[in-house]
Design a protein around this ligand. Structure first.
Ligand code: AKG
Ligand code: FE2
Length: 591
């Protein structure tokens, strides 16, 4: 799915002088999963589709080995590659150093793709515009991170240094005129079709059965299978019997691609065919230069933005987590010094108010929310469905995010099964929410399901630990609540990590150490005025330093019903097109 914005396509070229092996680090950071079955030989490349942020380990091999999946033990000689946002060419040298060739590689890819498009020039303009859009999107993310830091009262980190030549605010038009005319290629076969034809031709070359009849039969098949759009259904057959040489005017105009393909295999290759291919190659080389010139600054600016964003994220993390994690232990014990009351729901819960900074914001700690077996059943239900967590950064698009690193799955309780663990947890959660707020929430219809979230700690060298940077689950800028939007959250800890993983509310100066079975409940609407919180319930899931952490999250919605279920609204209550309902599994990060 390369149209998924979070998937990057890139290529690793081995110039190390020997064999290399390529593995990616699985999401638990404990296993190296072979990228391909065998080693990559010197001067070869591997094409890779992967998620942004994924990590690869590259190792030198003594010989051409088969690579099985192995436990991950970092070695000093490992080269580690984190997948960037763009199509990169990564070159591995003799010392296993990695060099990323960005803009030129992308220009070459764009031109190769454009030559197969109906309108190559238009396709290239689209590619350059796409790079500009990618940079603009990264810039918007950084602007938002700046705003987050400002709201948390943190020091504003340094701006990223602009790329050489400065930020490319102006649009650079792509001018391909100096490259001359591209020879039109009606119906050039695309990707797989072209490959099928090449294979057919290669087979023919090997058999070298030079009788006209067999050649014609093969050509007819080739033209049926691959060259249907070549301008004429019989192009392949005509080319195979020498028409390109005998009748070049017609053939080169109508069957150019067939003539070119057959030229390699048939003795009737003409000088005109070769010239035509040369002209196209010259056009492509010129186009690569011009596309690179028009797009390189956007590509470089995107990298600069990403580096800058990483620094802002560090600043956010320091602001929200460092104070509690400085000594390497878990943060403040929950509910230290807070008065507790016991709520008798279907099970007695000890509830402590941790903070109630305004009528629109309150944070509670709930001891013993779930029995161990309930947690175990709920997690077991979701565990097989876990996938990289998403965050909604754009309307109607659940995008994988740099601000949230974890795995998650929805858990929809079957409310008819009264004794199942998810249903009991669900009804208890709504009873708790209605006891602690005056929201009068209805859990029986239209609510968002549980989200089960798994955070992994870092294994040395295997990538950053899972975390969730500061965010609000719903709208938190003090505007009126919109029906259908989130108003409160229950976070149930089902497994606590050995170190790290606190939930911190920096603006409310509250930190909660996860403890299995306990929960945090927070609400962010003043029901009397209808106004939302102004940021006191902004919170982070701090990095899990050691071990792992499982939580069940429930985001309560107000104003949903069977007729108007949660899928109709984004977390702030903005309505989206009812015909285009998507799974929202996470809250907005300030938008
Ligand atoms: O895991 C945590 O501590 C925070 C999770 C969270 O903020 C969320 O799921 O919305
Ligand atoms: Fe959250």
């Amino acid at each position: 799915a390369t149209d998924d914005p979070a998937v990057s396509k890139f290529s690793v070229r081995n110039l190390s002088g020997g064999f290399i092996g390529l593995w990616w680090i699985d999401h638990r950071g404990r296993q190296l999963v072979a990228q391909s079955a065998v080693a990559v030989r010197h001067t070869s490349s591997v094409e890779i589709n992967s998620f942004r942020g994924h990590r690869f380990v590259i190792r030198r091999l003594r010989r051409k080995a088969r690579l099985a999946d192995v436990p991950y033990e970092p070695r000093a000689t490992d080269a580690v590659l984190e997948v960037g946002p763009t199509n990169d060419l990564v070159v591995v040298d003799g010392d296993l150093r990695l060099t990323v060739h960005n803009a030129r590689y992308r220009a070459r890819e764009a031109v190769a793709g454009a030559l197969r498009a109906r309108d190559p020039v238009e396709a290239l303009r689209g590619a350059v515009a796409g790079w500009r859009a990618a940079w603009t999107a990264e810039r918007a993310l950084r602007e938002r991170a700046i705003e987050d830091v400002r709201r948390l009262g943190g020091d504003r980190p340094e701006e990223p240094a602009p790329p050489p030549g400065g930020w490319p605010f102006e649009e650079r038009p792509l001018d391909l005129a100096p490259c001359g005319e591209l020879v039109a290629e009606p119906g050039a076969p695309r990707g797989a079709t072209a490959a099928a034809l090449e294979a057919l031709l290669a087979g023919w070359g090997a058999a070298r059965d030079d009788t006209c009849a067999s050649r014609e039969a093969l050509a007819a098949r080739a033209s049926r299978e691959a060259l249907r759009g070549d301008g004429h259904a019989s192009c392949g057959r005509w080319a195979a019997v020498g028409e390109c040489a005998a009748n070049p005017d017609y053939m080169l105009a109508s069957c150019g691609r067939s003539c070119e393909l057959w030229a390699d295999h048939a003795p009737e290759a003409t000088a005109a065919v070769a010239r035509r291919a040369q002209r196209r190659d010259a056009w492509a080389a010129c186009a690569v230069d011009r596309v690179e010139a028009a797009g390189a600054r956007y590509v470089a600016a995107t990298s600069a933005e990403l580096n800058g964003l990483a620094r802002f994220h560090d600043a956010l993390r320091n602001r929200t987590c460092a104070a509690y994690e400085a000594d390497g232990t878990n943060p403040l014990a929950p509910a230290v010094g807070a008065a507790t009351t016991t709520l008798d729901l279907d099970r007695p819960l000890r509830v402590a108010t941790l903070a109630a900074p305004s009528a629109a914001a309150a944070i509670y700690h709930v001891e013993g929310f779930a029995a161990a077996a309930e947690c175990r059943d709920a997690v077991a239900d979701a565990a097989p469905r876990m996938a990289p967590a998403t965050v909604n950064e754009e309307a109607n698009k659940a995008a994988k995010s740099t601000s949230r690193r974890a795995h998650a799955a929805n858990l929809v309780p079957d409310l008819g099964r009264h004794d199942s663990a998810p249903t009991k947890l669900w009804r208890r959660a709504f009873a708790l929410a209605n006891a602690l707020t005056d929201y009068d929430l209805d859990g029986e219809a239209g609510q968002e399901p549980f989200s089960v979230i798994h955070y992994n700690g870092s294994v040395a060298g295997a990538g950053p630990p899972d975390e969730y940077l500061p965010h609000c689950d719903g709208q938190c800028e003090g505007s009126p609540h919109q029906a259908g939007g989130r108003v409160a959250t229950l976070l149930l800890y089902c497994r606590a990590p050995a170190r790290g993983g606190a939930t911190t509310f920096a603006n409310a100066r509250v930190a909660v150490a996860p403890r299995a079975g306990d929960a945090v409940f927070f609400s962010y609407l003043d029901a009397a005025s209808g106004r939302m919180d102004v940021g006191h319930t902004l919170h982070s899931g701090c990095p899990v330093v050691e071990g792992d952490k499982w939580v069940l999250t429930l985001w309560f919605r107000k104003g949903v019903s069977a007729a108007e279920p949660w899928e109709r609204f984004d977390p702030t209550g903005a309505r989206h097109d009812a015909t285009e309902v998507v799974a929202w599994d996470e809250g907005l990060v300030y938008s």
